[in-house]
Design a binder for this molecule. Structure first.
Ligand code: UTP
Length: 314
């Protein structure tokens, strides 16, 4: 099983309890890192890796905000055009490039990641597909994490799961794999366990939110009983998949930010702001001033009735 990966599934139907109340009616994946929602970073990663069908598994209890984000906004486009804001217009129009289709599937209840992936079964059909958890933001540098994984899939076939080394004391937060080394970055997975205690973990290689999965996983998910909290775990189905087919762990090159946690989310905002072409320098100065004894940073003070900052109305 190898070949081009055209379909990418984005489970965006989690409750997002760690970000309440921000996530009361809005999916966590719409939280912005500087000026772009998490889900758009993930969509861009999938498109860069060759996917042209983006399948969003959305919550039936939250507003259709993700579909709206990837849809055309005629009024906004007309207004930007009228004002001659060509740069912004191109940015808004480029959210979904031509030739890329978006499909929305509802997850009726938040019954876990495995259940969310299973909800995409009618759209995925018989093809291998990618799964991206947008709250794991991965800065892969020159080559995104999913692009790297597609290259592994093309070379070795099978399913490919992104992993990273974590502090051995933290294994209880992750799915942990046991591997047989293929090369420096790739290992054939021989076992996978969800959130093992450090003294029971087979390694410190943790599964992160990028997968290339064989379509066989759908049948295995259908057969997976509900586990803790009534949820269907993707890890349980992968544990069965690797008994039937090769499943590889790939230690990706790059940096992952756990944007499902507040600290990871803030860290991503800091790092992405620091390398932002316009914000980088003033933000660095602001951080430096804050860190050097909480000194004051001078920002333009708005007169009553005027916009704060500069350049917003020009
Ligand atoms: P998390 O484990 O981070 O759970 O989900 P969560 O509900 O989103 O967040 P917290 O822990 O309550 O704060 C991992 C990924 O799986 C999706 C989430 O949207 C996230 O991308 N997910 C999870 C679903 O789509 N459906 C589910 O039933 C559960």
């Amino acid at each position: 099983m190898s070949g081009r990966i055209r379909k990418a599934v984005f489970p965006v139907a989690g409750l997002g309890t760690r970000f309440l109340p921000a996530t009361k009616n809005t999916p966590k994946e719409m939280l912005p890192i500087v000026d772009k929602p998490l889900v758009q970073y993930a969509a861009e990663e999938a498109i860069a890796a060759g996917c042209d069908e983006l399948i969003f598994v959305t919550s039936s209890s939250k507003r259709a905000i993700i579909a709206d984000h990837f849809d055309k906004n005629y009024e906004l486009e007309a207004e930007l055009e009228r004002r001659g804001k060509t740069g912004l217009l191109a940015m808004v129009r480029g959210v979904v490039p031509e030739g890329v289709a978006c499909v929305y599937v509802r997850q009726p209840e938040a019954l876990g990641l495995g259940h969310a992936v299973l909800c995409a079964a009618p759209v995925v059909e018989g093809d291998p597909f990618a799964v991206l958890l947008a709250d794991d933001l991965i800065d892969g540098g020159a080559r995104s994490c999913l692009e790297q994984m597609v290259a592994v899939h093309e070379r070795h076939g099978g399913s490919v799961i992104a992993v990273e080394e974590v502090d051995p004391a933290d294994t209880e937060k992750y799915g942990i794999v046991q591997v047989e080394a293929v090369d420096e970055r790739i290992g054939r997975i021989r076992g996978i366990v969800e959130k093992p205690r450090p003294d029971e973990a087979p390694s410190n290689l943790a599964v992160v939110g990028r997968y290339i999965l064989s379509p066989r996983i759908m049948q295995l998910l259908r057969e997976t009983p509900r586990g803790a909290g009534g949820e269907i775990q993707l890890t349980d189905a992968i544990a069965r998949l690797l008994e039937e087919e090769p499943v590889y762990a790939y230690r990706f090159e790059g940096r992952r930010y756990d944007c499902g946690s507040k600290l990871g989310y803030l860290e991503a905002n800091v790092d992405f702001a620091l390398k932002h072409p316009q914000l980088g320098e003033p933000f660095r100065a602001l951080l430096r001033a804050r860190c050097e004894g909480g000194g004051e940073v001078r920002t333009p003070v708005a007169a009553p009735g005027m916009a704060a900052g500069s350049g917003r109305r020009g």
